[in-house]
Design a protein around this ligand. Structure first.
Ligand code: SAH
Ligand code: SF4
Length: 349
């Protein structure tokens, strides 16, 4: 049977209602095909490369789902030194990477100063690279300090749009506080990424829909979506994972809602399914984040099990994109400033 087409016309804004209707009534094939075409039309065929550096696995929080939570005593804790991070960035720049993400557990306030100094030293050496931080919920003044030091983007997933589930999973902290942090980041002029996990225990289809819609309400510049993968060293060790098709459908849905956002094909997707990142790209993702953390550290940064700890060969991943008609793209890859989206989507027979 030929799938019904989801038609896209220029010059008419896409409403959330239309995207929801398409999500509810279309097959996965239809949804992903539409999202992919939209992505290529707006972002082209290039897949932006961001080098991910896991600078520290120390964390003050105890999120129930996360392998490096404070309470996991099995974890060998590390913090990379400034010179070590600089040399990783230098090697990345030598491999054409022009956009870096420094990620860690949630920082203690006292560590923010160390991070700011590190950001300053990276920035003074490479004034033009894009520098993203992903170090948890911090105070507005800490974010301000890091911005002044030279950070230009921040990734902070809200994880789930359900207040009760959020509080249960994240140390009884509140969703409201997390969203305020995102607002602070935006107001301070960061390009701001958020997103959520898929298939958390207690998540319902309504919550899932709410997750995607919250990304739209927050007008995220970037949206990270990752399947939840139970970690044996956490209280959620025996939870079950959802099918990968859900990640494909949600990626496509988010793309329809936020045509201009950057959407990474996440490591968690690549961990859950051997072709997970390709499948996310075929559903509307346009970014990859190869892990360039030195192996001696990356092997202690297990948010979830099964994560590849090898410094990935980007060239190999580039080759895997060729059959999809896509290619790696190097550069800052700043967020697009579109004004109003101009995509119309409606169904026809
Ligand atoms: N400490 C920071 C950043 C590091 S965690 C923070 O919490 O924001 C980065 C992301 O890893 C989290 O946002 C979460 O969505 C994801 N993550 C953590 N545990 C996971 C798991 N078990 N399965 C899949 N993704 C997970
Ligand atoms: Fe810490 Fe982030 Fe893991 Fe929560 S998800 S325990 S804040 S590293």
């Amino acid at each position: 049977m030929k799938g019904a087409e989801i038609e896209m016309e220029p010059n008419e804004p896409l409403s959330a209602e239309d995207a929801i209707a398409a999500y509810r009534t279309s097959t996965t094939e239809e949804l992903t095909r539409t999202a992919r075409a939209l992505t290529e039309r707006i972002h082209g065929k290039g897949i932006w490369v961001r080098g991910l550096v896991e600078i520290s696995n120390r964390c003050r929080r105890n999120c129930l789902y996360c392998g490096i939570r404070r309470g996991n005593e099995e974890v060998v804790r590390y913090t990379m030194s400034g010179p070590e991070v600089l040399s990783v960035v230098e090697r990345g720049v030598g491999r054409k990477i022009w956009s870096f993400v420094l990620q860690s557990g949630e920082l203690d306030p006292i560590k923010t100063d160390d991070l700011a100094r590190l950001v300053e030293s990276i920035r003074s050496k490479w004034p033009d690279i894009a520098l993203t931080l992903s170090c948890g919920t911090l105070s507005r003044s800490e974010y301000r300090r890091l911005k002044a030091a030279g950070a230009d983007r921040y990734l902070l997933r809200f994880e789930t749009s359900d207040e009760k589930l959020f509080a249960k999973l994240r140390d009884r902290s509140t969703l409201k506080r997390r969203l305020r942090a995102l607002t602070d980041l935006k107001e301070l002029g960061y390009q701001t990424g958020s997103g959520f996990m898929l298939g958390l225990p207690g998540e319902t289809p309504e919550i899932r829909m709410g997750n995607a819609l919250l990304c739209k309400t927050m007008e995220c510049d970037m949206v990270g979506i990752g399947p939840f993968i139970p970690h044996p060293g956490t209280p959620l060790h025996s939870a079950r994972s959802e099918s990968f098709e859900l990640t494909e459908r949600m990626t496509a849905f988010v793309r329809l809602l936020l045509p201009f956002a950057h959407v990474p094909a996440t490591t968690a997707a690549g961990t859950m399914d051997e072709r997970g990142r390709e499948r996310m790209i075929m559903a509307g993702a346009n970014v990859v984040m190869p892990n360039i953390t030195p192996q001696e550290y990356a092997r202690h940064y297990f948010l979830y099990p099964g994560k590849s700890v090898l410094d990935e060969k980007m060239e190999n991943f580039g080759k895997r994109l060729t059959p999809l008609g896509r290619e790696l793209r190097f550069g800052r890859g700043d967020c697009l400033k579109p004004g109003e989206p101009t995509i119309n989507i409606k169904r026809s027979a």
